[in-house]
Design a protein around this ligand. Sequence first.
Ligand code: CP3
Length: 342
Amino acid sequence: MKSQDRAVMRVLSGEKIWPPPIWMMRQAGRYLPEYRQVRAKAKNFLEFCYSPDLATEVTLQPIRRYGFDASILFSDIFVVPDAIGYPVRFEEGRGPVLEPLSRDLIDRLEQEQAEDHLKPVIETVSRLRAELPAETTLLGFCGAPWTVACYSVAGHTTQDQVAARVGAYRDPDLMQRFIDELVTASVRYLIRQLDAGADAVQIFDTWAGVLDEAGFKRWCVEPTKRIVTGVKAERPDAKIIGFPKASSARAMSYIEGTGVDAIGFDWTAPDSLALEIQKRVPIQGNLDPMRLVAGGAALEEGVEHILRTFDKGPLVFNLGHGVTPDADPENVARMVELVKKG
Ligand code: CP3
């Protein structure tokens, strides 16, 4: 089957398909017992991401179990700073820890080493394309520069990214230098994923929603636009999904400013606004992941609401953010069943 004939790709080209194709952010993850089993084999999380055998296996798990229409490469947004020499580590029970941003660290970054460093991830992409069912869309991804940078300013996550915001106000030049390095590395990385067999790519901007108007333009829209333009200059047919979380009020300026082909919404997006956007570009989303924890009527109502509201245009059914470890795998099965009924 040709890439453009896969269901998710057809929607990304503007076609309405019903029932809509479905996949789930973080679909390979701790809510699945088979994931936890493989995860236990890896010494640390980044090594897990750099093991083509393990990464391929966990990427395929949710496809086997649920038959999702798209598969997302198992990796993490922090392989990009890691690849250019920015110190990153994952602490058990705490998540990613990046060294605090400094001029010294930025001076030492090296773009040239990234290609070698990311080879195992690219190998995972090739293997996935060979092993996935022909009709399954394969998605690659990267983190948006702002979201990656957020974790570097404080060295860890802070509430509403207070440290990153203060850091960007106090020393915008330093932030800009890091963002520029991430843009360069992300363009190259996404092109390689596409060349290795990814049908489309998604840019995750989890922390776009904490920015003010000027910050949103400078730290979210501008860098994303440079990534989209950079990828499309080399691969004009590439399809790119943007996910600027908690930014629905700015969705129109994001689409116009970045040139993404489709946009993902989180569950706080007003229907009226998402419907307006759906007239312009395909939309993706936006079930509250907590409905997969609660199950029952909350799940049924949430899925039905999305199906009944967004059935006028192109929709890729998804969650509004990643599935959480406490989601019940049976509830995920029920969600897929409901969506497949249309
Ligand atoms: O969606 C998928 O199935 C593909 C794989 C994927 C992961 N992370 C695997 C992962 C993707 C697309 C990501 C993106 C990512 N990583 C984002 C953007 C999207 C989002 O969820 O907001 C961000 C901000 C990160 C950074 C990150 N990685 C954090 C904050 C953490 C720790 C929190 C947590 O959930 O543990 C991770 C670790 C991580 N990345 C896990 C997985 C499956 C869990 C780690 C484990 O198994 O121990």
